[in-house]
Design a protein around this ligand. Structure first.
Ligand SMILES: C[C@](O)(CO)[C@H](O)COP(=O)(O)OP(=O)(O)OC[C@H]1O[C@@H](n2ccc(N)nc2=O)[C@H](O)[C@@H]1O
Ligand SMILES: Nc1ncnc2c1ncn2[C@@H]1O[C@H](COP(=O)(O)OP(=O)(O)OP(=O)(O)O)[C@@H](O)[C@H]1O
Length: 289
């Protein structure tokens, strides 16, 4: 009988969700992208990836992600980028436990890509720095660099100019995921989007937070997201993350957060997770206890 692969052959690492605690759009660039200011915090909740080195240069991914072609999957695109940086053939079998909703504003695809860059850099012994991986990641998506760097951050530019912040409180969040898929590009190109919020400095952002400038357009296009905000607002001030669809409220204790999530109508998918300033990916790959 053929030997089954042992668990030790696999390198496992989380791909956590992120929240945009505030998101201001301060301008539009000539290339159509938008300058923004946002506070990123990670959640101790997300996808999980498992990697096993192969001796050839093949990549496999299981299970496939519904609606995403193999070569379009950000996991495979990230792995291909790394293959190009190696002189030796490198391949991997990759398993994905997908938990995060797609198009939810939780950054699932970007986080999968970042975890792939970090894990395969290690598994293939490529020795690339976090700076190099973050800059490669930016080509995959505006949110990839913060996941690569792994520290909660105030972000500017298109999201790639990152100032780490360690002083954010780490509350418990109730995250509600209305069952709609929001297309990020469609929101950023909408004529009703406000793009002229005055820039604020990081101290103001940390002290006062801010709003999500995409929320007005998104709730107009997707009334179910507005309905979910109205419901969650009854318990604690609620806000949208990224370009939606997910929304969140913070609580001081896990018990309170669980109690609120249980009171939400059964029509909403919701979960409770803690906000964390150090990415769970970094905890596992770089600071194992
Ligand atoms: C809104 C955020 O979620 C905030 O964290 C991100 O900035 C979006 O990051 P993302 O999903 O990785 O988005 P990308 O794949 O880079 O971009 C999707 C599309 O959104 C628009 N886009 C995105 C980011 C940005 N700063 N300006 C933009 O105009 C562009 O039309 C782009 O084609
Ligand atoms: N591994 C992946 N997981 C999820 N989506 C992926 C993946 N690879 C490619 N995609 C594509 O990326 C799109 C955005 O997915 P993602 O889950 O990152 O959305 P999001 O949470 O709204 O992200 P953001 O907050 O960065 O806008 C999906 O609709 C899908 O077409």
């Amino acid at each position: 009988m053929a030997d089954l692969p042992s668990a030790q052959d696999w390198l496992s690492a989380p791909a956590p969700a992120k929240l945009n605690l505030m998101l201001h759009i301060t301008g539009r660039r000539a290339d159509g992208y938008h300058n923004l200011q946002t506070l990123f915090q990670f959640l101790d909740y997300g996808d999980e990836l498992h990697f096993r080195r192969r001796n050839d240069n093949q990549l496999t991914l299981s299970p496939a992600v519904d609606g995403v072609e193999f070569e379009d999957n950000l996991i495979i695109r990230a792995a291909r980028m790394l293959q190009q940086r190696s002189d030796n053939p490198c391949g991997a079998d990759i398993r994905l436990d997908k938990v995060l909703p797609m198009g939810g504003g939780l950054g699932g695809g970007s986080s999968d890509a970042a975890t792939t860059l970090l894990a395969l850099n290690k598994l293939w012994d490529l020795g690339l720095s976090l700076d190099e991986l973050a800059s490669m990641g930016l080509a995959l998506g505006a949110d990839v660099p913060v996941f690569v760097r792994g520290e909660a951050a105030f972000a500017e530019g298109v999201g790639e100019i990152l100032t780490p912040v360690s002083e954010l409180a780490e509350p418990w969040f109730v995250v509600v995921c209305p069952q709609v898929h929001v297309n990020t590009g469609k929101i950023f190109s909408h004529e009703g989007l406000t793009r002229d919020t005055d820039p604020i400095n990081i101290r103001t952002a940390l002290r006062q937070g801010g709003r999500n400038d995409c929320q007005q357009v998104v709730t107009m296009l997707y009334p179910e997201i507005g309905n979910a905000l109205n419901l969650l607002n009854k318990f604690s001030s609620a806000k949208m993350t990224g370009t939606g669809a997910c929304i969140f409220s913070s609580f001081n204790s896990e018990t309170e957060a669980i109690s609120v999530s249980e009171q939400l109508s059964a029509e909403y998918q919701a979960f409770v997770a803690r906000g964390v300033n150090l990415s769970p990916t970094h905890k596992v790959l770089f600071r194992p206890s």
